[in-house]
Design a protein around this ligand. Structure first.
Ligand code: SIN
Length: 342
């Protein structure tokens, strides 16, 4: 049984007729595992987004879990049908990479705005006199690397960004990759009893940017917010684990030691490589990721070289957990003996 609302975009992509699309991605039939998982007591809301056939773009998955490279279009000029396909591919693969995009900052912003209202980072420097266009820059004088640990963008905001779009203009001769993790699968590969327990918990997210951005005056005070630990994605209806090492400080309902132990275990579980992809950038590539169901980390392995570009994020909804979320997941790794799973 699928809800028709509020997961409207998903139902649109589901209703796309089969066609002679140039590329498509096929998922295991969700129905195959539905009964088994229900009887095992797994959470609902973990169904992969079904296959989509693409007429306007080429979509090449990077791993079975997460990430796809999209070619065939310049993002500065795409029509509504192409945007719908990009949007569907984004919901399915969680992060998309578009190589060779010669975009001005204004064009980068304009494409980003097709996903919603730009988010202003609390503290980061910005370009073009526009606080929505965040500067990503690391060089020989940098004290830190932006995005250098596992995190979900600004999860300490009340309405954290749903989408982030990074366009890199300058790259080191080697390195500077970004890693992404599929937080739907991180949740779905926990035992059903632990998944159920997590749905009853909330966690505090705190952002402390003091000293991060040198002389640049922050846009607003460091945010702090409590969010549910399991988040139902408002467009796919799938549940994801919504805590991250960058911002999550404690689990509200547990003692300090219980909270620290559970977060440690969850963070270890989430860093298993089976949930990840790693993107090796080329100059002028653009990455688009979904912060509602992913973590990412930018690797600083190129000192003293420079890596530079711009980032636009899009405001999301306030995270919520819906017990009536749709679907179930077909692959429970804890039953398949994946190492590192409690
Ligand atoms: C970020 O966390 O927004 C930066 C990602 C990157 O530079 O690859």
């Amino acid at each position: 049984m699928r809800h028709q609302t509020p997961f409207r975009r998903l139902s649109m992509s589901l209703s796309e007729p089969p066609s002679s699309g140039r590329s498509s991605a096929i998922l295991p039939a969700p129905s195959r595992a539905t009964t088994a998982n229900r009887s095992a007591g797994a959470l609902s809301g973990n169904s992969p987004v079904p296959a989509v056939r693409y007429e306007h773009i080429e979509v090449t998955p990077l791993t079975p879990s997460i990430g796809a490279v999209v070619t065939g279009k310049q993002l500065r000029s795409i029509d509504a049908a192409t945007f719908e396909e990009i949007h569907a591919a984004w919901l399915r693969h969680l992060v998309l990479f578009f190589p060779d995009q010669a975009l001005t900052p204004a064009e980068h912003l304009a494409f980003s705005e097709r996903f919603g209202t730009p988010h202003v980072h609390p503290a980061a420097p910005y370009a073009d006199d526009n606080p929505a266009i965040m500067v990503i820059h690391t060089d020989a004088d940098s004290k830190r690397n932006n995005g250098g640990g596992w995190h979900t963008d600004v999860s300490a905001d009340e309405q954290p960004p749903k989408a982030t779009l990074v366009h890199l203009h300058q790259l080191p001769s080697q390195g500077g990759d970004t890693l992404f993790t599929n937080m739907y699968e991180v949740l779905a590969t926990l035992s059903p009893a632990l998944q159920a327990f997590l749905t009853r918990l909330n966690a505090e997210h705190v952002a402390n940017y003091s000293g991060f951005y040198g002389d640049h005056a922050p846009q607003r005070a460091s945010p702090k917010c409590i969010h549910p630990m399991v988040r139902t994605h408002p467009e796919t209806g799938r549940n994801a684990l919504y805590v991250n090492p960058g911002f999550t400080r404690r689990i509200c309902e547990l003692s300090d030691s219980e909270s620290a132990a559970l977060l440690k275990m969850l963070f270890e579980h989430a860093t298993h490589p089976r949930f990840q992809c790693r993107y090796q950038w080329s100059r002028n590539a653009l990455a688009l990721w979904d912060n509602r169901c992913t973590w990412h980390q930018a690797v600083w392995d190129y000192y003293p070289e420079t890596r530079s570009g711009l980032r636009v994020s899009i405001v999301g909804d306030r995270p919520t957990y819906r017990a009536d979320a749709v679907g179930t997941d077909g692959k429970k790794a804890y039953q398949n003996g994946v190492k590192g799973v409690a």
